[in-house]
Design a protein around this ligand. Structure first.
Ligand SMILES: *Cc1c(COP(=O)(O)O)cnc(C)c1O
Length: 224
């Protein structure tokens, strides 16, 4: 099997498993979006999915996205690109130009800089707030006990369009309690979307209410 064919087979397999997990959770298939995470892979690896009609992608680095997606967008319309990696304030201008959704809004200073840049650029962007559900010191994300106040600040004071919450559970822990915690925070704040679940645990995430799963290696293969 060629590389392109492999990507297509993997993609269909992931879609099928999403469908099965949705059925098992008694959820509508249309309520779960697959974000294909293309990081470390070049535009060529994205092409088979684009040709198959897939339009929703995630990248974790501004610079990498910059070298890849403007060119792809010229050939394929309707691409929706999500930033799923940490954002430094000095990259905000570029990020606002490149991305449709930023899933890693996680601190007041970043929120302020983003709000200013959005006002300047006139571009419409949607945000997910990243919550550090495991309270890991090395990980970005607002801590769970500060989440409500931060959501209020972003949504009501800065008037950012906050559509969802996102989390990356600690690698060596059962992810379900983290998924459940994220859902709880979303519910009490009237937030609809949950970006949670990666290649290893997207089916579990769907059981816990994920509306967006971020899948990389299960589609594109192992990263170097
Ligand atoms: C890389 C990455 C993913 C995808 O990881 P896989 O295990 O390859 O599916 C999802 N979310 C974030 C934030 C990532 O950085």
């Amino acid at each position: 099997m060629g590389q392109d064919e492999k990507v297509c087979v993997n993609y269909k397999n992931v879609k099928k498993k999403i469908g099965e997990a949705a059925t098992k959770a008694k959820r509508k298939l249309g309520s779960i979006e697959l974000i294909a995470v293309g990081k470390t892979f070049g535009a060529d690896r994205m092409k088979p999915l684009l040709q198959d009609g897939h339009r929703l992608f995630g990248e974790n680095r501004v610079q990498e996205a910059e070298s890849k997606w403007p060119a792809i967008r010229k050939s394929f319309s309707g691409v929706e690109l999500h930033l799923i990696g940490g954002l430094q304030t000095n990259k905000v201008k570029a990020a606002v130009q490149l991305f449709d959704v930023i899933e890693t809004l996680d601190r007041p200073r970043l929120a302020r800089v983003l709000a200013k840049e959005i006002a300047l650029s006139g571009k419409k962007l949607t945000f997910f707030i990243q919550v550090n559900t495991g309270n890991e010191p090395q990980k970005s994300g607002i801590s769970p006990h500060e989440a409500d106040a931060f959501i209020h600040f972003c949504r009501d004071e800065l008037e950012l369009s906050v559509a969802g919450l996102m989390c990356i559970p600690p690698t060596n822990e059962e992810p379900s309690m983290h998924f459940a915690l994220l859902k709880k925070i979303a519910e009490r704040n009237g937030i609809e979307n949950l970006s949670m679940g990666m290649s290893s645990d997207y089916e579990v995430a769907i059981q816990f209410g994920a509306t967006h799963v971020r899948v990389g290696s299960a589609i594109f293969g192992e990263r170097c």
